[in-house]
Design a protein around this ligand. Structure first.
Ligand code: ADP
Length: 484
């Protein structure tokens, strides 16, 4: 049993229009702890009809929510932020139990996720318009930015809380209600947020969470004309499908899809800093983030030394149940993830790569995998083109800047890229040449609420965080004022 200070934060019902609800036919599905296989509880299996109800409730609540002053909305978001901090330990325990990440990482995610509420509480006050000099003396051109309307969000399991808060914070600050469908693996973090939303004073219908049949709920969210915007974080494959489903009703979309992040270490890099960045960039969340380094390109002269120092750090990682003290790497989310990671390692080794560390499922069994480093990795291997989403660092060797830039850009993805160099000229040139939405320069982690998170190419559309994230929930209205 999961021990919580406030057991009521673990809700096994959906939150629709301010009400806690079971599925009409009573159907439920279990939620498991990936570290132990234990069933933590169940959630309702809702479908299209319940999604429609939540959307209609959001539409009904929209007028009241947008009519509040930005200051009043800010007070409510700020209260939600404070409640997350007050309950941070319980929220972190719920997250580790359903997702598997070490408790320290869950605490970090709760703080990071909460910070979006604080940040957007302030930014919502700055949805400024403009006055443009008119085309004739009796005309004025006035531009206002208004909330787009009912929003829907579909979120993944790798960041069960913050992928919701960074959508909901911007939507609510802009004056929009939002209906959320969390991932089936991690619904309890989402439902705990709903408990706190109610307490913070978020009105009924403005924030709803429903679990269940993903294609049915997704079908309603994408097909219902009341929904004016969909924000999705997940796989490129599902993102493409939802994009197509939104076409008939011409919805605005934000898509945060897959990545295939290069992590480049140039020969003038501070190698210890590069190793430190690589550790967090690769092994955080057991390598299961869309911005995790997927391909390490290390320049010839420093290749062996970088590999040696990285291996020394990897040997310090402690694999185990994320609830246990000192554990720094939890299990993978499920069997399919384990098969993929294992497949990538076997493919690389079969084609000539060498295992420098790890390389196989962990002795703990289940979905645990050893933190792994592969050397002598080459372009024809699966890990060069596909997202591994696991704790495997493949090290490719390169000679010069032009070569590595071409290799780094040779992917349909364009989310995050990282590189280490101390040469200011090279820093500018490489940063400009990388076809990515985000570039970490001598930094292995880039996300924070003040910065625009998002990708180019097939990694997605739109930005989350920063003032650009607010824009994604606003529409521009132009008022042409004549007869002045
Ligand atoms: P992953 O492979 O990492 O689980 P997915 O893209 O499959 O990523 O899942 C991300 C989110 O998309 C989850 O909430 C999942 O339930 C949802 N999802 C998956 N398929 C569909 C679909 N056909 N329609 C709507 N949502 C979907």
């Amino acid at each position: 049993m999961l021990q919580l200070k406030e057991p009521g934060l673990l809700r096994q019902q959906c939150y629709i229009d301010g009400q806690w609800r079971d599925a009409p036919d009573g159907r439920t599905e279990p939620v498991r702890n990936p570290a132990t296989g234990e069933i933590l509880g169940t959630v309702p299996v809702m479908g299209a009809a319940e999604a429609r109800e939540a959307i209609e409730a959001a539409q009904a609540a929209w007028g009241g929510w947008r009519a509040l002053t930005a200051q009043r909305r800010a007070e409510i978001l700020r209260a939600w932020y404070q409640l997350m901090l007050d309950h941070a330990e319980d929220l972190a325990r719920i997250m580790t139990a359903e997702q598997g990440k070490p408790l320290a990482e869950s605490r970090g995610e709760v703080a990071y996720g909460a910070a979006y509420f604080e940040w957007y509480a302030e930014e919502g006050k700055r949805a400024y318009g403009e006055v443009i000099p008119g085309p004739a003396g009796d005309r004025r051109v006035v531009v206002v930015r208004e909330p787009i309307g009912v929003c829907a969000a579909i979120t993944p399991w790798n960041f069960p809380s913050s992928m919701i808060t960074r959508k909901a914070a911007a939507a609510l600050a802009a004056g929009c209600p939002i209906v959320v469908k969390p991932a089936p693996e991690t619904p309890f973090s989402a439902l705990a947020l709903a408990v706190l939303a109610g307490r913070a004073g978020v009105p009924a219908g403005v924030f709803s969470v429903l679990t269940g049949d993903a294609p049915a709920i997704g079908g309603e969210m994408t097909g219902n004309p009341l929904v004016r915007k969909l924000s999705f974080t997940g796989s490129t494959e599902v993102g493409r499908l939802l994009y197509a489903q939104c076409a008939p009703t011409v919805k605005k979309l934000s898509l945060e899809l897959g990545g295939n992040a290069p992590f480049i270490v140039f020969d003038d890099a501070d190698l210890d800093a590069a190793v430190e960045g690589a550790m967090i960039c690769k092994y955080r969340n057991t390598g299961q983030t869309c911005v995790c380094a997927n391909r390490f390109y290390v320049q010839d002269a420093v290749y062996d030394e970088f590999a040696r120092r990285l291996a020394r750090k990897v040997a310090e990682l402690k694999v185990g149940n994320g609830m246990d003290e000192g554990v720094t790497q939890g299990p993978l989310i499920d069997e399919a993830a384990l098969r993929k990671v294992r497949g990538h390692v076997e493919d690389a080794v079969g084609k000539g790569a060498r295992v420098l560390a790890g390389g196989k499922p962990h002795a703990l069994g289940g979905t645990y995998f050893e933190p792994t480093i592969l050397v002598d990795v080459e372009a024809g291997m699966k890990c060069a083109t596909e997202e591994t989403f696991g704790p495997v660092a493949p090290l490719f060797r390169f000679k010069d800047d032009a070569e590595v830039i071409a290799l780094a850009n040779a992917t349909e993805y364009g989310l995050a890229a990282y590189f280490y160099s101390r040469d200011i000229g090279r820093v500018w040139r490489v940063a400009e040449a990388l076809e990515y939405g985000m570039v970490g320069i001598n930094a292995g982690v880039v996300s924070n609420p003040a910065a625009p998170f998002g990708g180019v190419k097939q990694s997605g559309l739109g930005r989350e965080g920063s003032r650009h994230g607010l824009d994604d929930y606003l529409v521009v209205k132009y008022l042409c004022m004549g007869g002045i």
